[in-house]
Design a protein around this ligand. Structure first.
Ligand code: F6P
Length: 475
């Protein structure tokens, strides 16, 4: 067993919750990443001597642990080759498309797998060093699926949780993976494996029974050594209060008005905000919208579609191809259908701070979220959280995890272009009363399940596993 460290709660994630920036004095510094995960975990980390292990991005390999804004951060460097093979390769060229319904073709390369194993081992070894005796370790996401088992071998005293932020595919797809058994065994190192949806937990348990041969009953797996592993759903959410507060600020309100003004004060603003990813269905969505304009259901003088596409994983080939495809499509649509100063689509390839996102949400009459497959989709929840006056419509893919909660959205099959066109028109034409009824119900749902609740639900369930284990991390 490795000598133990002092952290009672260790978060293991592919990325650190900070980004590299240049300080005022020109030197390297860090800035907190905007995500909800870190804000949800921050209080529990502070209360439990928490440490967060992750890749700082880039290829710096000699970074020492540091404290940033009271959080203990442990950077784990990746070499250029590991970035290519572990991150861009196995994580985002194999697992990402495979777990998202093979929307793009997953590539299987043995060198990528070897790199994934090596990087997972380094993370597990480092976690074993920083975790105190009997600590809780919470491993995050698909880049780290081997860590639970590797860590358990090094430190059987730990309580280990794993949470998958993306979908977990049905057996028919998962079994394409040449390393399917190793991945399942990796996850089984955890005491609790969390998923976005109950269906994903069921897929996992079924695969464990079929492929690893362990006994299972409902959401429990029984290992030959007497240990049990629980698989359950914990749908993730957002920091609802902070979005609502942001949206209600006079600066955001003024910015929302400015955005509408800059768009030429159309009567309807449609909005899409996504990472530029082929799972998000951006291409099909823009086609559907453009056909409505072409066929005269919408007029560019009166309506505009604002599509924000945040640059992502730009060195992965499928992402480059997608970027070119969208660039061409937007160019063609605007060339064919736009008028001077009135494009059909206002396309922004850029990432924006939360304030600007909140202003966009406030400015948009119809939010369009149409992924082919998405673990949850937090943009849908952010939009709802920012609609303080209960106005606005949400058009949402059935294949986003959020659709299981936001049932009052206009739900669409993103593969069905005509169905999407119909839903866009209905949302666009819906009377105010109808919009309010739907938005009120969705706002209630989002308000009742925020990300802090998500984190404490998971940690409480994890604390309830292995009752013989003495030490408990209090959410
Ligand atoms: O949704 C999965 C996820 O890995 C998130 O955790 C992350 O914010 C996003 O995709 C972007 O991923 P990357 O770390 O590859 O930039």
């Amino acid at each position: 067993m490795t000598t133990s460290g002092s952290a009672d709660l260790v978060i293991v994630a592919n990325r650190l919750p900070v980004d590299r920036v240049t300080d005022a004095d020109g030197g390297p510094g860090w800035r907190r990443s905007p995500g909800g995960l870190v804000s949800a975990l921050e209080p529990v980390m502070r209360a439990n001597d928490g440490a967060w292990l992750g890749w700082p991005g880039g290829t710096e390999t000699d970074l020492e642990p540091f404290v940033e804004d009271g959080l203990q951060l442990v950077p784990i460097g990746l070499t250029a080759e590991e970035v290519e093979e572990h991150y861009e390769g196995f994580s985002n060229g194999t697992l990402w498309p495979l777990y998202h319904d093979v929307v793009a073709k997953p590539e299987f390369h043995r060198e990528w797998w070897d790199s994934y194993v090596a990087v997972n081992r380094r993370f597990a070894e480092r976690a074993a060093e920083v975790a105190s005796e009997g600590a809780t370790v919470w491993v995050q996401d698909y880049q780290m699926q081997l860590v639970p088992q590797m860590l358990r071998e090094l430190r059987p005293d730990l309580r280990i949780g794993f949470y998958l932020h993306i979908p977990f595919p049905p057996a028919e797809l998962f079994q394409q993976l040449p390393w399917r058994r190793q991945l399942l065994e990796g996850l089984l190192g955890a005491d609790l494996v969390g998923f976005q949806l109950p269906g994903a937990a069921q897929n996992f348990v079924r695969l464990v029974r079929q492929r690893v041969g362990h006994k299972t009953h409902r959401d429990m797996v029984y290992l030959p050594d007497g240990r049990t592993v629980k698989a359950a759903a914990f749908p993730i959410s957002i920091d609802v209060d902070s979005f609502a507060e942001l949206a209600s600020s006079p600066a955001v309100e003024a910015r929302a008005a400015e955005i509408r003004e800059a768009l030429g004060n159309p009567s309807k603003v449609f909005l899409g905000i996504d990472r530029l990813d082929y799972t998000k269905g951006i291409y099909a969505r823009l086609r559907a919208y453009s056909e409505l304009v072409r066929d005269g259901h919408l007029d560019v003088d009166d309506a505009v579609f604002v599509q924000v596409a945040t640059p992502s994983r730009e060195r992965v080939e499928q992402y480059r191809i997608l970027r070119d495809d969208i660039d061409r499509l937007v160019g063609r649509i605007n060339g064919d259908l736009g008028r001077i100063g009135r494009p059909a689509i206002s396309y922004l390839h850029s990432s924006y701070p939360r304030e600007e996102m909140a202003a966009l949400y406030r400015a948009a009459d119809v939010m369009v979220v149409t992924p082919f497959r998405d673990g949850m989709n937090l943009v849908a929840k952010e939009y709802v959280a920012c609609r303080l006056d209960e106005s606005g419509a949400l058009v949402l893919s059935e294949f986003a995890g959020a659709a299981e909660e936001l049932k009052q959205a206009w739900l669409v099959n993103p593969y069905d272009i005509n169905g999407m066109k119909q839903a866009l028109l209905e949302a666009h034409r819906a009377p105010e009363k109808e919009l309010t009824r739907r938005m009120r119900a969705m706002r209630k749902c989002v308000a009742e399940h925020d990300v802090t609740q998500w984190a404490s639900d998971f940690l409480e369930e994890l604390a309830a596993t292995r009752p013989e284990h003495g030490k408990v991390v209090r959410p």
